[in-house]
Design a binder for this molecule. Structure first.
Ligand code: ADP
Ligand code: MG
Length: 288
């Protein structure tokens, strides 16, 4: 006889690049109240392009990019890769005395006796530095030197090809709420939420605040269904761990995220969630 697992269940899922750590997690996908997504690297590609560089105080655009690159050299964030890719010059690492990455904010380095900060508006506010107005739509990466903002870089990401269809399909399947959590600014968060037809977006969240927001979703849950979280694992392993079903996207995901996850998607496609739900439904109909 042919084992049922070949057609459905955990075995069938793994053939599609969906690793499920227990049959109960597959079963949990049969009743979903809410699906929560991370933004960068999950619904968007996480591969940004530089749209614009704004320089103040006699600095050139090239200098702003150079200063930013000295800091981003120490980060694994998708934003760092983007900026380093744009900067064609060399980085003299011997000039850098100290560096620290502040998750959800950005990077601080000491180079040639000067303090460089590269990150979002929260990072500048945290250091009591005046944040210049930036009207451009996109993720704004501010560059500060010795306590003063000297410019900023506007970058933007792209939606993954299957993100919009995934949201549409979840709605068709009866999911009540689709929500996005992001550390990015609210202009960018809202724009993406509109484009994808999400029910809600919470922006400008620090890694800890993502967990708090997530907890609040349990308080205003209307059905008995589960709350599912899908993230890429950069700064969101605690939310993956807290969800009824925590899903990590494999290719970029950190070890901590893969460890915390109940389901691991081996590719970067959010639509794998739809495949997983379909397998769960089929498995239930075989068992019952
Ligand atoms: P998300 O995946 O929702 O964008 P993150 O917690 O990974 O959330 O990042 C939140 C924000 O923190 C980013 O949008 C960016 O503004 C800032 N940030 C984090 N790391 C860096 C970095 N290395 N360089 C610049 N900005 C950063
Ligand atoms: Mg992320």
């Amino acid at each position: 006889s042919i084992p049922l697992g070949f057609f459905g269940g955990i075995g069938g899922a793994s053939k599609k690049g969906i690793l499920v750590k227990g049959g109960n997690y597959l079963e949990a996908l049969n009743s979903i109240d809410t699906v929560v997504f991370d933004k960068t690297g999950t619904l968007t590609k996480g591969v940004f392009s530089v749209n614009e560089i704004i320089a103040f105080d006699g600095f050139s655009k090239d200098e702003i990019l150079e200063i930013a690159s000295y800091a981003e050299n120490f980060s694994n964030h998708p934003i760092a890769a983007t900026i380093l890719n744009e900067y064609k010059g060399k980085i003299d690492k011997s000039s850098i005395k100290d560096h620290i990455e502040i998750p959800g904010y950005g990077i601080k380095v000491i180079a040639e006796g000067k303090e460089i900060l590269v990150g979002n508006s929260k990072l500048l506010k945290r250091e009591n530095i005046k944040v210049p107005e930036a009207d451009e739509i996109g993720t704004i990466v501010y560059v500060a030197l010795d306590g003063k903002c000297v410019g900023y870089i506007v970058i933007s990401d792209q939606l993954k090809d299957d993100s919009a269809d995934t949201i549409k399909e979840l709605k068709k399947m009866g999911v009540r709420r689709t929500i996005m959590l992001t550390g990015d600014n609210s202009a960018t968060g809202s724009k993406i939420a509109r484009e994808l037809g999400l029910d809600a977006v919470y922006s400008e969240l620090l890694p800890d605040q993502k967990v708090e927001r997530f907890e609040e979703l349990y308080e205003n849950k209307l059905t008995k269904g589960n709350i599912i979280y899908v993230g890429d694992g950069i700064n969101d392993a605690p939310v993956i761990a807290r969800a009824d079903v925590g899903i990590a996207m494999g290719a970029l995901g950190s070890d901590a995220a893969i460890e915390a996850a109940d389901i691991v998607l081996l590719t970067d496609e959010p639509s794998k969630l739809i495949n997983a739900i379909k397998i769960a439904r089929r498995t239930r109909s075989i068992v019952w």
